[in-house]
Design a protein around this ligand. Structure first.
Ligand code: SF4
Ligand code: SF4
Length: 409
């Protein structure tokens, strides 16, 4: 684990790692690169750059646009998608991260360009008029290797998979790397200042938070401390936003966390909650009486209010799916254990945005089902690949043995 300073590392009784006897910081080293406004690309420094990104921890901010896996640092992508947007509710917004850091961001882009030959960097910005967007455009003007892509400020259009499809980049044409604002800033920190990526700017929000704040925190920072400082009452900690996040289960802050959503834990049982008319909650279907009310702060909690039901074939999930899937159909195939049909219905196109689960009046955990189905399909494919490789190796060995036998005759 990367540590910010030298010292004594120990496992505290309540389960998280602490650093004590911290060594004093050695004299501040002047780094002339730090104030440099531009990077002069050096011929053939790609390998060193990649190694520096790996060693500093900046590589963890990259993913393959389609598979969301960590890309091969030795590979050459057909392009890099850099998104300045973070549209999921309660996740640290890109403009917050960019504030006062435009110089670092532009230098980070220049560093990234040194990893490429002629492939472009697709810089994704919101299609709105703002001072920040104007400044970004101003800074990258004249960079022929940057292609600006403007998208609506609508979740989940900042998803790398949807962006790759929107730009017209095909999976079959080679890997596409993607990163967000924090990734480009990490690249700059690693390559300009030579500093490791120990901290992240995360958001703390949600109805269980005292106030919505942004926090600079180190990976492994105790979740209990965050809850003690920022939560009101008993909460469930969600790693990520309200739509695609999942319960944060580890004791320390996960290295790739972008934000925590705190949801009040509903501990009291509501009497006959499923037949309540719903004055205090919203529904995509406008079936609750709340649709007659104006705007109000919804009481979001972890409670399902007794609403788990079978699919009622309303097709709201299909209407909202940004990947053009029919989640209700996938759900029915999965219910019937028809995994081949699920694969044929292209569950691989699901971008795991969670919108179908959100709108479903029957509260079916559709997105969670599809994530598991994709993992299962990948696992089966991997097993088939291993089996085929094993068979091919056996056949090859048998062929060689036969040839040797014949030669010996
Ligand atoms: S199936 Fe659900 S989670 Fe997947 S892309 Fe469509 S709406 Fe999002
Ligand atoms: S939104 Fe839910 S209930 Fe409606 S069709 Fe989709 S899965 Fe079925």
């Amino acid at each position: 684990m990367l540590a910010p300073r030298g010292g004594k590392v120990s496992l505290a009784q309540d389960g998280y790692i602490t650093l004590t006897d911290i060594k004093p910081r050695e004299g501040k080293v002047h780094n002339p690169e730090r104030t440099k406004s531009h990077i002069v690309p050096k011929e053939g420094n790609g390998d060193r750059t990649r190694l520096a990104l790996l060693e500093s921890g900046a590589w963890q901010f990259f993913s393959d646009a389609y598979t969301k896996e960590l890309p091969d640092p030795k590979g050459t992508p057909q392009g890099i998608i850099v998104s300045t947007l973070s549209l999921e509710p309660f996740v640290a917004r890109g403009d917050v991260q960019l504030a006062d850091r435009l110089l670092e961001f532009t230098r980070g882009l220049e560093h990234l360009q040194t990893l490429l030959e002629y492939q472009p960097i697709y810089l994704v910005v919101p299609n709105v008029k703002s001072e920040l967007i104007r400044s970004i455009k101003e800074r990258v003007r004249g960079y022929a290797w940057i292609k600006l892509v403007a998208i609506p400020v609508q979740y989940p259009y900042d998803d790398s998979n949807l962006l790759a499809r929107h730009i017209g980049l095909k999976k079959a044409d080679g890997p596409i790397w993607s990163a967000r604002t924090e990734g480009v800033l990490a690249v700059d920190r690693a390559l300009t200042a030579g500093r490791p990526c120990l901290t992240r700017l995360i958001s703390i929000g949600g109805p269980g938070a005292k106030d919505a704040v942004h926090l600079k925190a180190i990976a492994g920072y105790p979740i209990k401390k965050i809850v003690d400082d920022y939560a009101k009452g008993d909460v469930r900690v969600i790693n990520g936003g309200i739509l695609a996040g999942a319960e944060h289960k580890s004791l320390g802050l996960e290295a790739e966390c972008r934000g925590l959503t705190l949801l009040p834990e509903q501990t009291e049982r509501e009497f006959l909650s499923f037949v309540r008319p719903g004055y205090d909650r919203k529904s995509y279907s406008a079936s609750f009486l709340s649709s007659l009310r104006g705007k109000f702060a919804e009481r979001l909690t972890t409670s399902m209010r007794g609403e788990g039901r079978p699919c009622v074939a309303c097709h709201y999930c299909a209407d909202i799916c940004p990947a053009g899937l029919s989640p209700f159909l996938l759900h029915k195939y999965l219910y019937a254990d028809m995994i081949e049909q699920v694969e044929k219905a292209r569950v691989d196109l699901c971008v795991e945005c969670g919108l179908c689960s959100y709108v479903c009046p029957s509260k079916i955990e559709l997105a969670g089902e599809f994530i598991k189905a994709k993992e299962l399909i990948e696992q089966e494919k991997e097993e088939i690949r291993i089996e085929q490789a094993r068979k091919a190796a056996l056949e090859e060995a048998q062929k060689l043995a036969k040839q040797e036998k014949e030669a010996a005759k």
